[in-house]
Design a protein around this ligand. Structure first.
Ligand code: HXC
Length: 258
């Protein structure tokens, strides 16, 4: 597929997906979602981490495309919302870590995209928020739920009700972004985090992601049961034997993802 609205690049085992419509501050229209969906499905097993970022200087993603949404019907809105949910759920379902490199405005659907990633890092220039109520709507790509789970109900409601744009430092303070780095260092920082993860057993990282994601919405007993299953399953893997043998032999592990 020839992408018009995104770029998908490989840097060794790291894939970089850039939402790239700088003229519209990388707003998400349906075509962009379809390309993202295709890109996520096209990732091969040699991709072990994904960084998501925005093209141009100003924006990560400025939200859903308001020009496209302005005249749609309720039925079309439901479809559009379902499309966004599908793509962000696919992102969450990837068995590899995903990192949002928030390089500028992450508003509305843009913040929801970041929230669909495992780790969020922001540049000092980033501004984040959910301005939907200022447009007479609410977030429709999972933002009301994922933000609430991340920062708690009251902070989520504060952002949702006020439509405030907060800076990166404030976003870190409320636990929305993990770290704030100078703009020119953002991608390197994300690559370094990815590189650190890549040294570890890929099956184990995938299980860690899976049990956190599926456990987060369950009661503690069920969630701990998920952990026990995930832990046990890894003992059928070559990676587990290799990881432990390497430790005992005082050498670095050579994980195969098997
Ligand atoms: C379409 C957008 C856009 C968007 C920016 N643009 N955001 N187009 N959809 N979400 C376009 C502008 O129309 C403009 O195009 C160009 O990008 C630059 O934007 P400006 O406003 O001129 O730039 P600036 O003054 O620097 O302000 C930047 C901004 C502002 C703060 C990001 O553009 C803004 O507030 N954008 C809307 C943010 C927003 O409300 N997002 C939530 C959308 S609702 P031209 O052609 O004039 O140069 C949403 C719902 C999701 O996400 C759920 C749906 C189911």
């Amino acid at each position: 597929m020839d992408y018009q609205n995104i770029k998908l690049e490989k840097d060794g085992a790291i894939a970089i997906l850039t939402v790239d419509r700088p003229k519209a501050f990388n707003a998400l229209n349906s075509a962009t979602f379809h390309e993202m969906d295709h890109a996520l499905r096209s990732l091969k097993e040699d991709t072990r981490a994904l960084i998501v970022t925005g093209g141009g200087e100003k924006a990560f993603v400025s939200g859903a495309d308001i020009a496209e949404m302005a005249t749609i019907t309720a039925a079309q809105a439901r479809e559009f919302s379902a499309l966004g949910h599908h793509v962000f759920q696919s992102l969450e379902n990837l068995p590899i870590p995903t990192i949002a490199a928030v390089n500028g405005f992450a508003l509305g659907g843009g913040l929801e995209l970041a929230l669909g990633c495992d780790l969020i890092y922001a540049s000092e220039k980033a501004k984040l928020g959910l301005p939907e109520v200022s447009l007479g709507v609410i977030p429709g790509f999972g933002g009301t739920q994922r933000l609430t789970r991340l920062v708690g109900r009251a902070r989520a409601k504060e952002l949702l009700f006020t439509a405030d744009r907060i800076d990166a430092a404030r976003a870190k303070e409320i636990g929305l972004v993990l770290d704030v780095v100078p703009a020119e260092k953002l991608m390197d920082h994300c690559r370094e985090v990815a590189a650190k993860i890549l040294k570890n057993g890929p099956l184990a990282v995938a299980q860690a992601k899976r049990v956190v994601e599926f456990g987060a919405d369950q009661d503690l007993r069920s969630a701990n049961e998920l952990e026990r299953q995930g832990f046990a399953v890894l003992f059928g893997s070559e990676d587990q034997r290799e990881g432990m043998a390497a430790f005992l032999a005082k050498r670095p592990a050579a994980f195969q993802g098997k």
